[in-house]
Design a protein around this ligand. Structure first.
Ligand code: 13P
Length: 251
């Protein structure tokens, strides 16, 4: 059985004191949890402080991005070694907002995943189609290409988490129907199966896009949905803990 994961992507929100408070509330709320995995992805500035807060709790730390070089003259970038040093276990890579606003291309995403794994960090690879692509009926083509390009030349698939985040569902309040999401998750699992063989049964695939405590129950009930990557609803501890509790009820 795959271990479920609920990850909170705080995006460009929270000052350090706000992040510390929120992380403290979340870790207190999941005390004693052993079943699944809870991950927090605060902004870079709050990583080290949140790392201190979650020490000794079941919560793990993720960053929202990284650069693929270890060090050097790359003004404004953060390396995998720095993220490890700050206490990260996971790195979100290829989020649609990075693809859209910061020109994160599949080739760079592939390099980032390689360097992330080489540093002993685990990538959470984000993929997903736009509304236009869905309406054109090319969702599987788009998502399939993103997965294949991102994982090109990568062997350590067991350390990779994939997040299916349809772009049209992010921050819109319009989540994919559980069956719509399941169709893409099943497609991705089969694709990983074609690439890596039976290990695909172990690959965790999260759903992301307007997840709340009201819709997670039906989503997590789907066979190939192993958890959620949560944006807006992860910024308040009640909402985020509500999602985790719903997952616990269903799993
Ligand atoms: P929302 O939950 O705010 O739609 O964001 C989803 C997301 O982008 C998580 O990475």
């Amino acid at each position: 059985m795959r271990k479920w994961m609920v990850a909170g992507n705080w995006k460009m929100h929270t000052t350090i004191p706000e992040a510390v408070a929120l992380a403290g509330q979340v870790s207190a709320g999941v005390k004693g949890l052993s079943a699944g995995e809870v991950v927090l992805a605060p902004p870079f500035t709050a990583l080290a402080a949140v790392s201190d807060v979650i020490k000794g709790t079941p919560v793990s730390l993720a960053s929202q991005n990284m650069f693929y070089e270890e060090k050097g003259a790359y003004t404004g970038e953060i390396s995998p070694l720095m993220l490890k040093d700050a206490g990260c276990t996971y790195v979100i890579i290829g989020h649609s907002e990075r693809r859209k606003y910061f020109h994160d291309l599949d080739e760079n995403i592939n390099l980032k995943i390689k360097k992330c794994l080489a540093a002993g960090l685990k990538p959470i690879l984000c993929v997903g189609e736009t509304l236009e692509e869905r309406e054109q009926g090319i969702t599987e083509f788009v998502v399939g290409l993103q997965v294949k390009k991102a994982l090109y030349g990568i062997n350590a698939i067991d350390d990779v988490v994939i997040a299916y985040e349809p772009v049209w569902a992010i921050g819109t309040g319009k989540n994919a129907l559980p069956i719509e999401a399941e169709e893409v998750h099943r497609f991705v699992r089969h694709l990983v199966g074609d690439m890596y063989g039976e290990v695909c049964a172990r690959t965790r695939i999260l759903y992301g896009g307007s997840v709340t405590q009201d819709n997670i129950g039906d989503l997590i009930g789907m066979e190939d949905i192993d958890g959620a990557l949560v944006g807006g609803a992860s910024l308040k501890s009640e909402g985020f803990l509500g999602i985790i509790n719903k997952v616990l009820e269903k799993r």
